[in-house]
Design a protein around this ligand. Structure first.
Ligand code: BEZ
Length: 211
């Protein structure tokens, strides 16, 4: 059965490119991103891991720990990381899980047999500090993910967690946000001192609270 939003992210122990880890210990109190790749030494994956490494400071600013996965082994990962660093001009510092027995892939439903019996699809999970699944994305092997979009989603999730606001279509950091329907307008006016713009009783904007 696949994992759904709000489910507890399963814990696991795994071999990785930086040594053995326990998932929950690795995450600590941080947010987490766990994302899978079809295989080592493949072109799209090489660019994805390169983009993730290039954005490492952005993930750190948001208190997000990153963890990649493919079903190849540790030595293969290490050799591939050298290639990624060389070709993408980065330093891959985050671990890549060597999920040769497909244990983690099974826990997170990362193998979709009608796409491939053997390789993981491009699954991505964002996990909150409470260890609950906050977002899932599933891409086919041939489409590289947009890691700027992943950062945008994290910004939105963290705003919702901290300020009871939602983010509109195409929102980017710094733009006005939406007051969640659960808050009455009279309470919203107190809670959001920068102002509440009432377009309809159910559509109310406020400037981004943490800017
Ligand atoms: C890739 O990561 O480049 C890739 C993997 C499988 C199929 C197509 C592309």
């Amino acid at each position: 059965m696949s994992l759904r939003l709000g489910d507890i992210a399963p814990d696991f122990n795994a071999k990785t490119s930086i040594g053995d880890i326990n998932f929950y210990q690795y995450l600590g109190d941080s947010w987490g991103i766990l994302f899978s790749h079809p295989a080592d030494f493949t072109p799209v994956c090489t660019t994805e891991l390169g983009r993730t490494a290039a954005l490492q400071q952005e993930f750190e600013k948001r208190n997000v720990k990153v963890l990649a996965l493919s079903v190849d082994g540790v030595e293969s990962h290490k050799t591939w990381i050298n290639d990624i660093n060389e070709t993408q001009h980065v330093h891959v510092g985050f671990p890549i899980i060597a999920d040769e027995d497909k244990h983690v892939a099974g826990l997170y439903d990362m193998i979709h047999p009608n796409a491939s019996e053997t390789f993981t699809v491009r699954a991505l999970y964002i996990i909150g500090p409470d260890k609950k699944i906050k977002l899932t994305l599933t891409y086919p092997a041939s489409t590289g993910r947009n890691f700027v979009e992943v950062l945008r989603v994290i910004d939105s999730l963290q705003l919702t967690a901290n300020y009871s606001v939602a983010t509109p279509a195409n929102w980017v950091d710094g733009e006005k946000v939406i007051v969640v329907p659960a808050i009455k307008t009279e309470d919203a006016i107190v809670q959001f001192p920068k102002g509440v713009e009432i377009v309809k009783p159910y559509l109310r904007y406020t400037p981004q609270p943490n800017k």
